[in-house]
Design a protein around this ligand. Structure first.
Ligand code: ZN
Length: 146
């Protein structure tokens, strides 16, 4: 399994076969994963597989808890995002979106690092509804499925 360092945080990138094995057996590196983690993998993996700019990684926090971490590639920068389905209240378009401001994106990072990362995240333009151009509700999406 590939290991990468992003913002000083060690993350795992399984191959397609390793993802399949994790989902089949529920284990990673010989440890049982949680139902929440597996649900997150099942939810994110099909979306990430469709878009080259998205990647799904695993954070092994303190050797206790596994979390999924999704990244959106913007030029050379890897922005942490949370994938979520949103619906446009104007035209009813619904689809996957990526929000950089969800707190969980930054789990395990020291606050003095989180602050500049969030400031950087705020510099990306908001993505409107891809169908009618209206602002999408509630969240702060900087990417929408197309
Ligand atoms: Zn719309």
């Amino acid at each position: 399994m590939i290991q990468v360092l992003v913002n000083g945080q060690q993350l795992l990138i399984p191959s397609d076969a390793e993802w399949a094995e994790i989902l089949r057996g529920g284990e990673l590196n010989g440890r049982q994963t949680s139902a929440t983690f597996l649900w997150s993998v099942q939810r994110c993996l099909p979306v990430v597989a469709q878009y080259a700019e998205l990647s799904l990684t695993i954070l092994d926090l303190d050797g206790c808890h596994f979390f999924t971490k999704v990244f959106l590639g913007v030029a050379d920068y890897k922005q942490r995002v949370f994938l979520e389905e949103l619906q446009c209240i104007v035209c009813n378009w619904s689809g996957w979106t990526a929000d950089p401001l969800v707190e969980d994106n930054y789990i395990g990072l020291p606050w003095d690092l989180v602050l500049p990362l969030i400031q950087k995240a705020m510099t990306f333009p908001l993505s409107p509804c891809p169908t009618c151009g209206a602002k999408l509700p509630r969240r702060h999406p900087i990417w929408v499925a197309y």
